[in-house]
Design a binder for this molecule. Structure first.
Ligand SMILES: [Mg+2]
Length: 267
């Protein structure tokens, strides 16, 4: 990714075998009084680590999110692929409105939990992932009950085999294959991150405000589209791909700095 003199970020569009630069400008300073903020966690608010469990609570991130929650009168939701309990671990239970497992589990701003039903096919997929991962201690299986992930960040040479296995299992079991950054996941049909945004936006305290979705994952594209459709916009962090986001930021540090500027402008 090449920052340009104008402060835009170049995103690569490699569809159809061609390489096309897409320049996305940095987003305008957040107008906190008018918006509802939806943010992914890993690769967006927190740097990607070797394993999901290596991401720990962080004092600087806690101060930033606490200040945003206050300034937004609670109109902040974290929308992540992590399981709900794991999100609460990393965020120290300080964010009530969260969507976990890519939208399959949602906790409303008043604390109600709405979760997709457990699916026995996920258990079968998890067993197959675990059998496969036995041969390589660098592979990590993360069972989230309504989805199961096979992480290969520490075993990059196994990436293709992991993705092939997931595709085969997905076809056999009728599950959706979801690719991420050094991870492949199987999940059942159900709400995605975009559906989570729509659901939050129909409820207090989010309803009536303009949704901004900040994220880096392929699954965040659903969130970008939902935010646009509801009058807001998406901001993609770091990724090089065609995107439905209107603006781009280079990395987690740039995302944190942008949020901080929004807070300072509102003070
Ligand atoms: Mg992410």
């Amino acid at each position: 990714m090449a920052p340009t003199p104008e402060g835009t970020i170049s995103f690569m569009n490699v569809s159809q075998g061609s390489t096309l630069e897409i320049d996305l400008a940095a987003p305008p300073t957040l107008a906190l009084s008018a918006i509802a903020l939806f943010a992914d966690l890993d690769g967006t608010l927190a740097p990607i680590e070797e394993t999901p469990s290596a991401v720990k609570p962080d004092a600087r991130r806690r101060r930033l999110l606490d200040a945003l929650t206050h300034a937004l009168s609670g109109r902040l939701a974290v929308i992540s692929g992590r399981a709900l309990g794991d999100l609460d671990r990393v965020l120290e239970g300080r964010i009530t409105a969260v969507a976990a497992v890519h939208g399959l589990v949602r906790r409303t701003a008043d604390g109600r939990i709405i979760a997709a039903a457990a699916d026995e096919r996920i258990g079968e997929a998890a067993a197959a992932f675990r059998a496969f991962a036995k041969a390589d201690s660098c592979l990590l299986v993360e069972d989230k009950c309504v989805a199961v992930a096979l992480h290969y960040r520490k075993a990059p040479l196994a990436a293709e085999a992991c993705r092939d296995l997931a595709k085969r299992l997905g076809a056999t079991l009728g599950l959706i294959v979801q690719e991420g950054e050094s991870v492949v996941e199987l999940r059942a049909l159900g709400p995605d991150k975009g559906a989570a945004v729509e659901a939050f936006m129909a409820e207090p305290p989010f309803a009536g405000f303009s949704p901004i979705f900040l994220g880096d994952d392929l699954t965040d594209e659903h969130g970008f589209r939902a935010a646009s459709a509801l009058g807001g916009f998406g901001v993609v962090v770091g990724a090089r791909r065609p995107t439905a986001a209107r603006y781009g930021l280079a990395d987690v540090a740039a995302a944190q700095a942008w949020l901080q500027r929004g807070l300072e402008a509102a003070a």
